[in-house]
Every structure is written in C-alpha cells, then in structure tokens.
Design a protein around this ligand. Structure first.
Ligand SMILES: [Zn+2]
Length: 746
C-alpha cells in the first residue's frame, strides 16, 4: 500500500487523488480499511471514516495532515483539524456518512455529513492538483424548532508536534473575542513544515488560537456556512502564508528584500526576517544564502533579522506601498553562542535536576531558531550545555518547582563561540520524603494526540520540578509507558503508567496500568460503564475524574444530560487541574458535598502539561503519604485511602493522617495539629468542616515553616480538612480527617 501510493505519486505528480485504506502518511492515525487519504504534490490529508477520531469527535474528520515534497509524503503533523460546532460539542451524534464526490485527477471533493442534536452538519473538503490549500466548507443547518443561541463554531487546528504561531495580535490570549487580530489565521510549524488554518469568518478564538470560532445563533431552519483553508508547506517559511492572505483578500501589497549577515561580514545561510505590525509579530520569511524577499500587505512594519541561535539585528521600519519594492539590509548579527551550566545543592555540591528559563533577553518568536526554556540532562544530572544566541540574559533556574527551594536568578552575558562554564548553587529548604510524603503530577501528557513533549523531556521536566514519581497520561494511549519505565529505572525513580480516557463528555485518568496494557475500547462511542470497566481491566487501581467542570468534564456533562450512561459511582478521585484554576472552588464544593454524605471520594491534582517548554510540570501536584516502599501501587493506594493533599506551593504535615478515622468523645476537646511550610512563606490556614470554615490562622510574618494547633470539640460525626495559602497566594487543599463520636464517659 505504502510503496504503491508513493510510486503512484511520483509518476503522476500533477494529479490529485483519493486513496482508500490505511493512510500512507507516516505516523498517520487513519489506519482503517475504510479511511480516505487525499494527496497531491504539495500535501496529503486523511479522513478518519472508520478509525476513531481523537477527543471523542464523531468519525468523518481530518486526523492527519502532512506536507509532500519531491514525491515524498512527510510525517503527520496534526492530531485533529476540522469543523467543531459550539466549542467542542460533538454529541449527541447518531450518524456519519462520507462520500467521495470527485476523485481527481484535477480536483478531489469529499463530503461528510453528520448530525449534532437537531443540527445537520455537511462538510465538503476540496483539493485541486497543484494547490497547497485544502478548502473546508462546513454548513450547519438547524432542523429543530428551537433557536440555538451563543454557539461558538468554526474550524480548528490541533497540531501534534512543533510550535504554534497564534493569530497575530492574540499571542497569550487563551480564549475570547478576536478583537486586535492582525490576521485571520493560525500557523502550526517547525523548521521543516508549516500548516496554516485561514479562517475569514473568525471573531472568537479558543484554546490559545487552536480554535478559530464565530459566535452565532442558529434559528430554526437557518443554515450557516464556515469556509476556511488548510495551507500546507514543507518548510517553516511563512512567505507563502502571507502570499495566500494577500491573494484571497485581494490586498494591495509590495515587497521588501535585502541581505542578512553578521557583524564580521559573513552571510547567513538561512536568515529569517520577522515582520511586526503594531509592535506584534505578523509573519516571517526564511531566506537563502544571505538574502530574503517578502511580499507584505501595504502598511507600516518593523523588520528585524535573525537566524538559528544568532542574535537579533536592530529593527528597522518600512512603509510597504502597493506595487513597490524596497530594500532593507541587516549586517549586525552575532554568530551563535553556547552556555554550559551546572546546577548543584549549595550545601554539599550534589547535582540537581533543574529547569532554566530565559526571563530577560532574546526569546525567539520563531521557535525553531532557539529555545527559551531548557532542562538539565537526564544522563549527566545537573548539567546543561545549550546552544543560544549571544546577548545579555537573566535566567531563572528552578530545582524543585518552587516547592522545595526558591528559584535562583542568574545574570549572564553569552558571547559568540564556544561555551563558558557557569555554576549555579541552589539551597533546598524542605524534604517531604524524609517525612513520608512523596509527590507526583497526576495529569501529564507526553507526545500523543495534540501533546508535543517527547518522553525524555517529560522526565527531565518532572525531575526538575522535584516530583518523586514520574507520571504520564496521554490521551487514549499507552505508547510511552515502556520508554518512560526505562528512563525511570535508569534514574532510580518510580513511574506511574497512566492513560487519559478521553470521550468528548468527560476525561478520566486511570493508573497505574498493568505493563503492556493497551486501550481496547473506542472512547468516542463508549458509555461511562464501558470506560470504567476498561480502566479496571487495564489494571487501574484508581480512576480520576479530570477537570470535572470544564466544558467537556464529566460533572459538567452530567449536569447537561449528555454523559452516556449518566452517573456511575465507580470512580475514586476528583481532580484539581491547574489549567482550569477557576474551577478549584467547584471541585472542592463537590468533594465537600460527597464528604458530607459520607462518600469517600478523594482529591488528586495535575498540571495537564502538554508542552514542558511552555507549561510547568508539577505546577499543581499531589502529595501522598507512604508508609513503606515508594512505588506506583503504593502511591495509588494512598490516594485511594485519602492519605493525600494537593498543592500549588505550600507543604502540609498533619498530626492525624488524612483519610483516617478519629474517635473523639462527645463534648470533650481534641486537637488537630499541622506543620506547614512554603518557600514563599506561609500566609494562612483554614480548617474546613462540613463545608464551612471552622477556624483559621494567619501568619503575617510569613514564616517558611510553622506549626498550627486547632483545638476542637464536637458532638456529631463529620470531617475536617485544611486549606493553606502562602504569601504568593498559592494554595493547598487536603483530604479530610474523619471524626466519629464516642458517648461521654459515665
Ligand atoms: Zn483532559
């Protein structure tokens, strides 16, 4: 199949064609006999007709996209790129039909039809021979008799590797109105490829520009069409993207060209020139042999030149006028430098795993030109040897993730040429394992689906964060278990193999799984009973309800009546997720409601990191108390027994273990005592009982460590849990101590 497809492609390169069967796109996910791949000489994309689509989206959607260059299909670069009605509402869905309307050789057109409740969704994919853009035209028609209001619908682009260049002007915006957008596209890219989603209808974004939405209503019998294009290139050059934008919108345009070289007169083999508009990155061009040429819509720009690990040139302004060409040369770049850092414990010189972040200094906008976050090595613990652009930097070096030691700031100047060695000393302040407390980040992705962290980098990041056990939970995949077990064994730390079971109406982490376990159900169509059975079959001791109140969380879906099978009590843990911090209150209120009813569901926490360079592993983490050996089963057992708390920073050491039962005499006083600690200084502690604050303490002198006693009396059974906040506003939430009442002695 593969050879046949590639050969056919090489022989008839001006054609576009449809292939049926497992996709020839390397690493592609459309692997079923009925799946479709469309390929021309510029790109290939595959529709999952029979294969499951990630995130529980119904079948008949694009799951693979790859550049094609010189007759070779490149690797799959997307997890999902297709139309979504109302902010990832995929269900209820009862059917999908996919038909090939036109098979080539000049043009291929495929139509996918499905329902979403009473709405009919027809998506037509068109690709012409020679074109580098797939047109996607999705039409929603409301077949019901109710008006649907405030829908956020549109095309999405979820890459599975590389970097994301957000909608220009909206960098750093996670979701909301697209006011301030300088263009209507998002680009996923790396040095060897670029996939752009052009979405002219765009007025809202979601998921940090991965979702390009329009906010709209849909009256009964009303139709609305969303048209966008996926443009695919075989390099990280955005000149074709800007070119397509100019063509499509028929913008007046002009060109800028010039030379790029170093201070000492050498031309850059592969210069990059970045164009900013209103002080914000708009696009870039990758040049060749010291020269570049970029066509831009008419207007004012600032331009600067750079290269991989080269310094940035001074910026220059240019007023691009329609139909004109201008020249801007750059001759002030510095050649690449290197930085060698060793990080060690200030007290005894022991090497420490660390995360190193550029806080001030050059942070490349074009991310394949140089990193802004680095980690020390796995093999040579505590050492980092980094290629980096010359310049002055302020680095923040962190070992223990701000939980075990304060971050250290290091000011350094990097020169062109070979590395100079620098040492960084860090003083660990706290050692929870010495008191039986071990931590893990219980929601962490590696490189499956839309996550972009290779397993070795996951391990470096989790070790740098001071986590005691490695953990992974990829979407519906156990592909990284074996390699992470090897890495963990080599470093002498335990590993918790997990999975995030990911139907569209709820995500569940199940762990630790049996070695070699593989997912054997289709989470896209499974009910809650099937999900929980599958978790147990794969060996999971605990099942955690992830981000329960976000739009696709289980508790939110239960409330909306869209979770197949309704409420099943067979889970164990409820998650605090630092990607949705505004939901912490809802999660706690739900736990309190269960605890008030005497139901022993317990707390867990994870960061939901997908990209260790941009997210922070262990930003929120779970501490569990282990009596004996540190292992994945022992950790899960402690969570299930409630011997745990979750934290964004503060450390808690209780006198009466969480999850245990304490018998008190009615009306007689008893004490719950806690040692508290925080790198940032302890701020306050609140004792919660029955869902209300029973007592509290504040610590205006911000002690790094302190002790608190709560003296209590009670005449009814109940529970006590602690909430701690440090001086930086970072919180910790504990499992409860259960109290039963003995009658007063006669
Ligand atoms: Zn999730």
């Amino acid at each position: 199949m593969l050879v046949g497809a590639l050969t056919a492609l090489a022989c008839a390169h001006a054609d576009v064609r449809v292939l049926t069967g497992p996709t020839p796109i390397p690493d592609g996910d459309a692997r079923a006999a009925g799946d479709l791949t469309v390929v021309n000489e510029k790109l290939a994309f595959a529709l999952a007709v029979e294969s499951a689509v990630p995130f529980g989206v119904p079948r008949g959607a694009i799951v693979d996209v790859a550049p094609v260059s010189h007759g070779h299909i490149g690797r799959d670069r997307v997890a999902f790129a297709d139309f979504i009605p109302n902010n990832w509402s995929a269900w209820p869905n009862t059917y999908q039909h996919v038909d090939v309307l036109e098979r080539g050789p000049r043009q291929v057109r495929i139509r996918a039809v499905r329902d979403w409740g009473r709405v009919n969704i027809v998506t037509v994919y068109s690709l012409s021979a020679n074109s580098d853009q797939v047109e996607i035209r999705a039409t929603m028609t409301n077949g019901g008799d109710e008006t649907l209001t405030d829908l956020l619908s549109g095309l999405t682009l979820w890459p599975r590797s590389g970097f994301l260049f957000a909608v220009p002007g909206l960098a750093g915006v996670s979701e909301g109105k697209a006011d301030g957008a300088l263009a209507d596209r998002v680009v996923a890219y790396d040095a060897g490829w670029a996939i752009t989603l052009h979405a002219p209808y765009l007025d809202h974004i979601g998921s940090g520009s991965r979702d390009l939405f329009q906010l709209h209503t849909l009256q009964p019998h009303e139709s609305r069409t969303f048209t966008g294009w996926l443009q695919v290139g075989s390099s990280g050059d955005l000149a074709p993207v800007v070119g397509a934008e100019i063509e499509r919108r028929q913008l007046p345009s002009g060109t800028v060209r010039g030379a790029v070289g170093t201070r000492d007169g050498r031309a850059l083999r592969q210069p990059v020139v970045v164009a900013e508009r209103d002080g914000k990155p708009y696009a870039w061009v990758v040049g060749r042999e010291g020269a570049y040429r970029l066509r831009l819509p008419a207007g004012e720009y600032a331009l600067y030149a750079t290269g991989r690990n080269y310094s940035r040139s001074n910026a220059t302004s240019v007023n691009v006028r329609a139909g004109t060409g201008q020249v801007r040369d750059f001759h002030d770049l510095e050649s690449p430098g290197r930085l060698a850092l060793s990080v060690a414990d200030a007290r005894n010189g022991t090497a420490l795993d660390a995360r190193i972040v550029i806080t001030e200094g050059q942070k490349p906008v074009v991310e394949f030109l140089g990193a802004k976050t680095f980690f020390t090595q796995l093999e040579r613990k505590g050492h980092a040897d980094l290629p980096i652009a010359p310049g002055r930097y302020l680095f923040t070096v962190s070992s223990g993730g701000g939980f075990l030691a304060a971050d250290t700031q290091v000011r350094l100047t990097v020169a062109a040429g070979p590395a100079r060695q620098h040492s960084v000393a860090i003083t660990p302040l706290f050692d929870p394992p010495s008191r039986g407390w071990y931590s893990a980040d219980l929601h962490h992705h590696a490189d499956q689906a839309e996550a972009v962290t290779p397993p070795a980098d996951l391990a470096r990041s989790q070790l740098a964060a001071g986590l005691d056990l490695l953990f992974v939970s990829d979407h519906d995949s156990t592909a990284n278990h074996a390699v992470l077990q090897q890495i963990a064994s080599a470093r002498g730390v335990p590993f918790i193999p997990g999975i995030e079971l990911s139907p569209s109406w709820g995500h569940f982490n199940a762990y630790p799984l049996t070695p070699g376990a593989r997912l054997a159900i289709d989470t896209g169509t499974a009910t809650i009973d099937m999900i929980l059975n599958e978790a147990r079959r794969a060996g999971a001791a605990v099942v955690q309800v992830n981000h329960p109140f976000n739009p696709y969380g289980y508790f939110a879906s239960l409330k909306a009546g869209v979770a197949p099978g309704g409420f099943n009590p067979g889970f164990d843990l409820i998650e605090i997720n630092s990607s949705v911090p505004n939901d912490d209150g809802k999660v706690l209120a739900k736990l309190w409601e269960f605890w008030n009813a005497g139901r022993r569901y317990y707390i867990a926490a994870g960061s939901d990191t997908h990209d260790v360079w941009n997210d922070r592993s262990g930003r929120v983490r779970t501490f569990a108390h282990l009596d004996a050996q540190v292992s994945a089963p022992a950790f899960a057992e402690a969570l299930k027994a409630g011997r745990a708390y979750v934290s964004y920073g503060p450390l808690v050491f209780p006198s009466v273990m969480f999850g245990t039962q304490m018998q008190v005499v009615s009306g007689e006083s008893f004490t719950l005592a806690f040692d508290l600690a925080s790198v940032a200084g302890v701020g306050k502690a609140e004792l919660i009982s029955g869902g209300n604050v029973e007592d509290s303490r504040s610590f205006p002198d911000a002690p790094l460590k302190t002790h608190v006693d709560f003296t209590l009396t009670s005449n009814h059974p109940g529970w006590y849990a602690l909430e701690v906040e440090d001086q930086r506003g970072r919180k910790a939430y504990t499992d409860p101590v259960w109290v039963t009442i003995a009658p007063p002695q006669q």
